[in-house]
Design a binder for this molecule. Sequence first.
Ligand code: NDP
Length: 494
Amino acid sequence: MKSMDEQMLIIFGASGDLTKRKLIPALYDLYKGDFLPENFVVLGTSRSDLTDDDFRNRVVFNSEFLKDEAENSDATKAEFAKKLFYKDLGDGYDTDFTPLKERIHELNSKFKINHNFVFYFSLPPSIYETVAKNLAAVDLSVEGVGWKRLIVEKPFGYSLETAKELNIGLQKYFRESQIYRIDHYLGKETVQNLLVTRFSNTVFEPLWNRNYIRHVEITNAESVGVGNRGGYYDKSGALRDMFQNHLMQIVSIVAMEPPISDDPEEIRNEKVKALKSLRIMDDEETLFNHTIRGQYTSAIINGETVKGYREEEGVDPASTTETFAAIKFYIDNWRWKDVPFYVRTAKRMPTKVTEIVIHFKPSHHHIFKDQDFDTDNKLIIRIQPDEGILMKFGVKVPGQGFNVERANMDFYYSDLEEGNNIMEAYERLLLDAMQGDATLYARADEVEAAWAFVDPILKYWNESKSAIVHGYSAGVWGPLHADDLIEGRGFWRN
Ligand code: NDP
C-alpha cells in the first residue's frame, strides 16, 4: 500500500445525506482496515448548528448505516468517533471562513496534521465556486506548507456550458491538479479491472479493435424507479444522471489506446483522446435514428401495482424526462472506425445489472451448419451485481456430427479467497484522493468532452418535434423500438 501523509478531511455539507450514507461509512471501513494514518481527523461543516457530539451521534452512534453490531462493536465506533469534529458555518456558505480556519488550525496543531487538507464538497454544485472562493480568501487553498486537495461531487454541470463555467469557477481558486471530480463508478473494482484485463493480458488487446469486434454493448439497468428522488431526477433524467458521467467513463476505458504507464495523467490523457474521438451527432436524422428515450409506465409486478414515472412524487405529470436512454454511436479513430457502440441506461427494468459486452465478429467462414449468432464469441465484463468476467464461446455438442453450442468460461470476484474483499467505491476513491492519486477521478477536459457529445442529444430531445418519448411498462426491457437500434446485430441483453 502507498504511504499516506497525516491529514484532515474537511467535509462541507456534513449535515447531509451523502456524508451519513456514504462518506462516514467509507471512512469507518478504512479505519477498521487500518488504512488511515495515525494523525487523521475529519472536520464536518455546514450551516446546521451542531456540536462535535451531535455530529458523532448523527453519523456514527445513531446512524443506520453503521448498524451491524457484530462487525461494528461499540468500542470501535467510540474510538473512530474521537476522530470526528464539527464546526458550523453560521447562516450560509458565502461568509468569512476565518472562524472555520481557526478551528482547522486548532485541530491541525493538536493532531499534528502538518497542514495537509482535503476539502470535500458534499454540497449542491451551485455553491461550489462560492465555497472555493471563500477558502481561497483565507488562504486555505494555498500549498507550500502542506498540500490542499478538493473533491467535488456529481453532478458536474448540467450541460457543456455549465460544466465549463464550473471548471473555470473552481480553477480560479484551485489548480487543476488539486481538483478531484468524483465519479463513483470509477471506484468500482470491475471498472478498474477493465484496465488490467485490457493491458496486462496478451490475449485480449490484439483482438480489441475493428478487425475482430463487431459491436460493443453497455447496459446499466436498475430495477427500481426514482423512489423519493423524483424532484431531483425530473430535472436531470437518465442521460445526465448516468450516461454523461458513469457510462461515458466506462466507454472511455473500453475505447482508450494503451497508456504508456499507469501514471494518472497518462491514463487520463488516453481517456480524453477516446472521448474526443466520439462522433458528435448533430443532424436531426442521425439523432432520430440513433437515440431513443423512454419513460416507464404503471404496471403490475408480482401482484403489486407499480407507479408510472409521471405519477411519482415530485415528478411533473406532463414530464418528458427520460427514465430510459439508448444511444448508438461511433468512435472516429483507427481502432474503432465503423464499430457501433450501443449504450443504454434505464430504470424499472426486469433486473439490476451493469455490464459491458464485447461482441466479436463471427468466424469468417462457418463450416459447421448449426452454428448461429448465439455462439459467436462474447466477452462480458459484469460491473454489478455479481462482479466478474465471462467469456462465451462455441463448443461441440457431444455425440454425432458437429453441432455447436455456447459455453462459458467465467471468473467471479466472489470466488476469490476471503481477505480479497471488494472495497466499496467511496472507500477506494477517498483513499486514492488522500494519497494524491487522481487516476480514478475525472479531469476537466474529460468532463467537457463527455458533455460535448451529450449536449446535442439533450438539445434534440428537448427541442425537436421528432424526438418522441416512448412509454414502456415498468418491469420490461424498455420500449420495443429500442431493439431496432441493434439492427440485426443480435439483441440487447435480456
Ligand atoms: P443534501 O441535499 O443532503 O445536502 C448536503 C448539505 O448541503 C445539506 O445538509 C445542507 O447543509 C447543505 N445544503 C443543501 N442545500 C443547500 C443550498 N441550497 N444552499 C446551501 N447549502 C445547502 O445533499 P447530499 O448529501 O445528498 O449530496 C451532496 C452532494 O453529493 C450533492 O452534490 C449530490 O448531488 C451528490 N451526491 C449525493 C449522493 C447521495 O447518495 N446522497 C449520490 C451521488 C452524489 P446545511 O443546511 O446544514 O448547510
